[in-house]
Design a protein. Structure first.
Ligand code: ZN
Length: 129
């Protein structure tokens, strides 16, 4: 049994962190020979570095990141391209991705305080990937 449901990755802040991790994961997967746990750990270190640089709290744990990769392997999650910013974000596999708008372009009111940091992290991730 996997310890978490896919729903956690869809909530606003976790989704941005999960998408950031996936940007590194996908980049390393197509540009290095890294695979399996090694690939996850290396991607996670890049995520942590980015979080530290942005002065943000770590929202995604290594266990969650590993779980998310398992969800992708099981085709329970997919990447969706935001029609506003063109960034790629984690989405449910069964959700339609046409017309998808990400959490940064469609910001909930309560998100205010972390907005700038999250935007910086996400745009950095998009630039990297
Ligand atoms: Zn967007």
């Amino acid at each position: 049994m996997l310890p978490f449901s896919t729903d956690w990755f869809m909530t606003w802040q976790p989704n941005i962190h999960a998408s950031l991790f996936m940007a590194y994961f996908r980049f390393l997967k197509s540009n290095t020979q890294l695979r399996g746990l090694e690939l996850i750990i290396k991607s996670y270190r890049m995520y942590l570095d980015q979080i530290k640089r942005g002065g943000m709290d770590t929202v995604l744990s290594l266990t969650r990141a590993w779980t998310m990769v398992r969800f992708f392997d099981a085709s329970m999650l997919q990447m969706a391209t935001c029609r506003e910013c063109g960034g790629e974000f984690v989405a449910h596999a069964y959700d339609p991705t046409r017309g998808y708008v990400c959490g940064l372009c469609h910001m909930p009111a309560r998100a205010g305080k972390t907005r700038r940091a999250a935007e910086a992290a996400a745009s950095a991730a998009i630039a990297t990937a």
